[in-house]
Design a protein around this ligand. Structure first.
Ligand code: AMP
Ligand code: MG
Length: 434
């Protein structure tokens, strides 16, 4: 099937994504990893992290100063200092009425006391004089259980683990006992490039006939993309190049599929005589899920499912930008679902910076980046490209802009979907203060 072949109607992007997602089973494999292991970062929590005790676990002073009874301030007399408490220092069980205690940030406020006055509002003397203007009962005390009570969910399942999540897990007691965090096993990925014209990345291409050969840039690109924990989060278990020859394709694809959850092939999936990938999966009895998608670039995108339903084979078009766009638009939801990520990266609707040519029958996905105009508004800028072989114009882009199906150009200012490569910090209305 060439990019223009109309013999078999391609399906819509959303339909293709849905067919791919259908192959993700609920019983996805899990494993555990030590909460202190540097490799924990970027994995996805398979179970919620619960607090093993109240957070904070005691009434905690939040300033260096003096703990006292608010009622004693009203009398206006100096308060003799009864002693001092440091962070981690033993609780003070008894404090006589009319006295105060020097206290450090992080120390446990004695139960009988209800207010902590910071040094700056006192004369630091003994007896202590306090400037009580504006001071209220309960000042500078972070109450036991104010953040979470024992048993509460600190971090929900499906959260990608970053430094904050690890710290919250440790706070919650995940480090106690065996110290293991349950994580989703990353999808095992085989990456296979196909094509007689491809040479290794380090090939100088100065040999006989090398003037019409090219370097295999897609395979390293796909390996980089799928193994990035902050986006696809796969584990590459196999990476190989195959020549366009039936037995090489057959042996290579069989081997690639052996230990993979997904086999990503690139190239060899169109309608040329040497496009051998579709025939291989058909010969092995794999079910065709997708054979052509209504998008530009990426129309030849195809997918198959193994007879036992456990392995997905994905045929990415060989053109570098097509492969890149298909992986992001069609496969990111599959990786997110396989990893059990709670929410997928949201596309944003933003105005197009300059008029751009569309396609009258398929949505167009163009590498783009976000720019800020003089008034601080964010818009989508699309670099010039010379077709889906133009890998160089990907450099510096941060997402794909989806142009609607229209004749001619999409005018400047038209809101278009922007699909970021990475999840940014989405701008939400009514953000919480801190
Ligand atoms: P194909 O889908 O195999 O017909 O390839 C489409 C175009 O992409 C051809 O110009 C190929 O040479 C090119 N191409 C295929 N695979 C790669 C690759 N791994 N790296 C760079 N270009 C490729
Ligand atoms: Mg090819």
């Amino acid at each position: 099937m060439s990019d223009d072949d109309r013999s078999r109607p391609p399906i819509d992007v959303d339909a293709a994504i849905a067919r791919l997602l259908d192959t993700v089973t609920p019983e996805r494999p899990r494993t555990t990893i030590a909460v202190t292991d540097p490799d924990l970062l970027g994995h996805v929590l398979a179970e919620a992290i619960h607090a093993d005790r109240d957070q904070p676990p005691f009434d905690r002073a939040t300033m260096d100063g003096y703990a006292l009874r608010f009622a004693d301030l009203e009398a206006g007399r100096g308060l003799p200092v009864h002693g001092s408490i440091s962070a981690g220092g033993a609780r003070m069980a008894h404090v006589p009425t009319g006295r105060c205690v020097a206290i450090a940030t992080g120390a446990a406020v004695p139960r009988a006391l209800d207010t902590v006055v910071e040094h700056e509002s006192t004369d630091r003397g003994d007896p202590l004089e306090v400037d009580s203007t504006g001071i209220r009962e309960g000042r500078n005390i972070h109450r036991r259980g104010a953040d979470a009570t024992a048993g509460a969910v600190l971090v929900p399942a499906g959260t990608r683990i970053d430094a904050a999540v690890r710290a919250a897990a440790i706070t919650g007691g995940a480090a106690v006992g065996r110290g293991l965090v349950p994580i989703q096993a990353p999808p095992r990925v085989a990456v296979v490039s196909t094509g007689d014209e491809l040479r290794a990345p380090e090939d100088p291409l100065d040999g006989d006939g090398d003037d019409v050969r090219i370097r295999d840039s897609n395979r390293p690109m796909l390996v980089d993309l799928v193994s990035d924990r902050s986006t696809f989060g796969g584990r590459v278990v196999d990476s190989r190049h195959l020549v366009d020859e039936p037995s090489a394709i057959a042996d290579g694809l069989d081997a690639a599929a052996r230990d993979a959850d997904v086999v990503l092939t690139v190239g060899g999936v169109s309608a040329g005589v040497l496009d051998l990938v579709p025939g291989h999966w058909a010969a092995r009895g794999w079910t065709t899920l997708v054979r052509g998608v209504r998008m530009q670039p990426g129309r030849p995108f195809s997918a198959w499912c193994s007879p036992d339903g456990r392995t997905l084979a994905v045929g990415l078009p060989g053109n570098p930008v097509s492969a890149f766009a298909c992986l992001h638009i069609l496969m990111r939801p599959w990786f997110d679902a396989f990893r059990g990520i709670r929410k997928a990266s949201p596309a944003r609707s933003l105005p197009l910076q300059a008029a751009t040519k569309a396609n009258s029958s398929r949505p167009v996905f163009r590498p783009a980046r976000l720019v800020t105009d003089v008034r601080g508004g964010v818009g989508v800028a699309i670099p010039r490209w010379r077709g889906s072989g133009d890998l160089v114009h990907l450099v510096g882009t941060t997402g794909l802009a989806r142009l609607p199906v229209v004749d001619g150009e999409v005018p400047a200012g038209t809101p278009v979907e922007f699909h970021p490569y990475r999840d940014g910090s989405p701008t939400t209305a009514g953000e919480e203060g801190g």
